[in-house]
Design a protein around this ligand. Structure first.
Ligand code: ZN
Length: 489
């Protein structure tokens, strides 16, 4: 049986200046049955600051790049500030996981997303582009309030929309976590209307006596700035004086920034009683790091690069086969194209290993500055503690100045030779024809020269020993260059 109250948090804009936060749909059907004695003890401990700090592992899932890592860091910093009063510290258990998915999620879609991606014993938070309520309205997110003494853990997740107003001050995440830790809205009415005089505060509204009776601050014109201005009255005729700073209210996200002591005591109580298996550290995840001591200076296009990379498995010990891609780019802000693919095998208890990669540069790389990037786990197959140390970029220069303007080498050759032409005045399609000394055509191929330098490699290993004439004819310029090469056996 699903013992959850679903709480849907709406976000909508009013004009383009201000925004309101609101939560809708199902409310709790009954008063949560908690251990009041323990609640009072925790409340006292929190106010005396005599309670230890516990860590709680979050798994962050980012769907379709809905948010960047800086946003995630800001969100975590914000919630740790709000929840510090409950002596709870949230941390990301492993690096955020980037997932391809839909752009818009209804609660039904969200359940499926969670079933497919959840990491057990952590609180799973999904950042998506937009969330809808299933009936066409945009939401900031939603979470489920656990029924108390809950057996199952499957629905402990929150989904957050990346729509602008939802991420202000991390309050949507804080609000949804509040629900996951048993907090109701400050204006909740399902368990009874809380009176302004506080006479029924522990059995109605949000059941807390240090959150004033709240008529619902998510309605147009009720809050100006961060002040309640509506002068509405409760059933006994007393004017409401709600708190527009409480995170569990519907006040605008720019206003909300605090939980009350009783709310924090509830969070701590639920943490201790309902989340006994939540991970307090996640150092069992591997962390692949890549480094190099090799420094590259100037090389020619025809030279082979030999780079020593140090691959480190900083996490727990297990066998891993991890793909490694090497990219070449002439633009420091782009990774470029893949010039080599390989796999690194880590055996159990093997921390660090050095691998030498011999890399053939594409011959069409002309004199310029280049960036060689090695990336381990390029497709994020592994859940790691940290992803930012998975790549290393080396800058180097290709400089072909040492080569003559026209060159074939090696000469003599037993197999391949390289043809190099540097001439800014000729370009476009050309034909390479190779003749023997009797004038018979032995090989013909076409090339295209679109930059100052042209470099290619030609295989004549099947030729008999002897002298051959290489004729390079630029069709558009009606210009030819002729070389002789000696083929050995
Ligand atoms: Zn809510």
């Amino acid at each position: 049986m699903r013992l959850f109250f679903s709480i849907i948090c709406l976000y909508f804009s009013i004009g383009n200046m201000s925004a309101q936060f609101a939560c809708g749909t199902a409310s709790p059907e009954s008063h949560p049955d908690i251990d009041r004695e323990k609640f009072e003890i925790i409340k006292k401990q929190l106010s005396q600051k005599s309670i230890s700090t516990d860590s709680v592992g979050l798994t962050i899932h980012i769907i379709n790049n809905a948010v960047d890592l800086t946003t995630i860091r800001n969100e975590i910093t914000s919630i740790n500030n709000y929840f510090s009063g409950a002596n709870l510290t949230f941390f990301t258990c492993g690096a955020p996981r980037f997932i391809d998915g839909a752009n818009d999620y209804s609660p039904i879609d969200g359940d499926l997303l969670h079933q497919q991606n959840q990491v057990l014993n952590t609180i799973n938070v999904y950042y998506v582009n937009t969330v809808n309520d299933g009936a066409g309205s945009n939401l900031c997110g939603y979470a489920f309030i656990p029924g108390f003494n809950l057996e199952e853990v499957d629905d402990r997740y929150a989904i957050i929309s990346s729509l602008g107003g939802c991420l202000i001050g991390g309050t949507t995440l804080a609000h949804e976590l509040g629900h996951l830790y048993g907090l109701l809205h400050t204006h909740e009415r399902a368990v009874g209307i809380e009176l302004v005089d506080g006479s029924n505060c522990s059995t109605s509204g949000d059941t807390f006596c240090d959150t004033p009776a709240d008529p619902n601050l998510g309605r147009t014109g009720v809050v100006e700035g961060c002040t309640y201005v509506a002068r509405e009255v409760d059933p006994t005729g007393k004017i409401y004086t709600p708190n527009a700073f409480n995170i569990m209210s519907y006040a605008p996200p720019r206003c909300t920034n605090m939980f009350s002591l009783e709310q924090l005591a509830m969070v701590r109580l639920i943490h201790e009683t309902e989340y006994p298996n939540v991970l307090t550290q996640c150092n069992f995840f591997p962390d692949f790091e890549v480094l190099t001591n090799t420094s590259l200076n100037q090389i020619r296009s025809d030279q082979q690069l030999s780079v020593d990379y140090i691959f480190e498995n900083l996490g727990v010990q297990d066998d891993f086969e991890v793909p490694v891609f090497i990219y070449l780019s002439d633009n420091p802000s782009e990774q470029g194209f893949i010039i080599k693919k390989d796999t690194i095998s880590f055996s159990a208890f093997e921390g660090q290993k050095m691998e030498t990669f011999d890399i053939d540069l594409p011959l069409n790389s002309s004199s310029n500055t280049y960036y060689l990037t090695v990336l381990i786990d390029p497709d994020f197959e592994f859940l790691e503690l940290e992803e930012t140390n998975n790549l290393f970029t080396l800058e180097f220069r290709i400089d072909n100045q040492a080569l003559a303007d026209e060159l074939i080498f090696p000469n003599p050759t037993s197999g391949d030779f390289k043809l190099f032409i540097r001439d800014a005045t000729i370009a476009n399609t050309f034909v390479v024809s190779i003749y023997d000394t009797d004038g018979r055509l032995r090989k013909r191929l076409e090339g295209f020269k679109n930059q100052d330098e042209y470099f290619t490699e030609i295989d004549i290993s099947e030729f008999r020993e002897g002298l051959y004439i290489i004729d390079v004819f630029f069709i558009k310029h009606d210009e030819r260059k002729t070389f002789k090469i000696y083929k050995t056996d």
